[in-house]
Write a protein that binds this ligand. Structure first.
Ligand code: ATP
Ligand code: ZN
Length: 287
């Protein structure tokens, strides 16, 4: 019987490409990524990788040309294709916002009544205007939305923003955030059991990478009388590891701590007597 293989579509070149490739590499999936190729096969995982324009990914996944895709939530929601959102991936974070020229007298969303808004995201914009009972004219354009007001094509724009630098350069200011986006993994809604099983195998690795990125391995020297106190401060996977040092009266305490709590914990263990604290990245974390 032929071995099942999963087909994953990622962006060929753009803001999602590098991070998508990095995610696969962190999952231990090895392949040659050559910018002129349209597809490639992983050496050590039954996966074929297709390099496409991000706009084409939802349609290909819905049709089953690809089994999975990685792209921005903004594009997934915009396209309204029948695909399953498997997991949000936490990278390529941005927001879809409405922005107006600096001299536009903006008081509330009602200020957009009857105005022309240029965007590449008509579905998301239409929904937002509808929820707010505003009637505006939506002009769909595919690129360089931010110049639309300057050339007299629109009164306002609705576009993706991360730092706001592009808006600033074009004399625009952000007035409404309508959608918060990040990259996500989508899948065809009718996967065969074989492909579902491969997804589970792959997802175990994605989860391990995610956990590893959010956690650090720390080790520190602690005087024996402070070990108990320090251990109460450290969460760890089960409980901290304690190894005696060659020097009498001292121990080395090892633990895994979450990035969110990192600095608080470091301060507390230092205050409790810990010294020589080392912090190391974790490559994989399987619970
Ligand atoms: P393609 O040629 O593949 O159609 P594109 O021009 O449509 O590329 P990019 O600009 O590379 O797309 O953006 C792809 C995705 O990256 C967006 O849909 C969004 O999810 C995310 N993104 C867009 N702008 C930003 C930003 N400023 N910061 C972070 N992520 C962003
Ligand atoms: Zn695109």
């Amino acid at each position: 019987m032929e071995q099942p293989i999963i087909k994953l579509a990622i962006q060929k070149s753009g803001r999602l490409s590098e991070k998508s490739i990095e995610l696969l590499k962190n999952c231990g999936i090895k392949f040659v990524s050559n910018s002129s190729r349209l597809k490639t096969q992983a050496f050590n995982f039954p996966m074929e990788i297709l390099f496409l324009r991000d706009d084409d990914i939802p349609g290909y996944v819905a049709d089953g040309v690809a089994d999975f895709g990685i792209l921005g939530m903004n594009e997934i929601v915009e396209q309204e294709q029948n695909v399953t959102i498997i997991k949000k991936l936490g990278f390529s974070k941005c927001r879809l916002s409405i922005a107006v020229p600096n001299d536009f007298e903006y008081t509330s969303i009602k200020s957009l009544e009857g105005k022309r808004i240029a965007t590449s995201y008509p579905v998301l914009l239409r929904n937002y205007l509808k929820q707010n009972n505003v009637n505006a004219e939506i002009h769909e354009i595919s690129g360089s939305v931010e110049i639309a007001p300057t050339i007299g094509l629109a009164d306002a724009i609705c576009d993706l923003v991360s730092t706001g630098g592009t808006l600033l350069i074009n004399g625009l200011r952000e007035v409404e955030e309508i959608y918060k986006s990040e990259a996500a993994l989508i899948g065809n809604s009718n996967l065969s059991p074989e492909k579902q099983a491969l997804l589970e195998k792959w997802q175990l690795r994605i989860d391990a990478v995610e956990k590893a990125q959010n956690n650090k391995y720390i080790l520190m020297n602690v005087p024996n009388e402070a070990v108990e106190k320090v251990c109460t401060l450290l969460p760890g996977m089960k409980s901290p590891t304690i190894i005696p040092l060659q020097e009498k009266g001292w121990s080395s305490v090892h633990s895994v701590i979450n990035e969110d709590k990192f600095w608080d914990i470091i301060e507390q263990v230092k205050a409790a007597g810990a010294e020589g604290i080392l912090v190391c990245p974790i490559e994989q974390m399987i619970l």
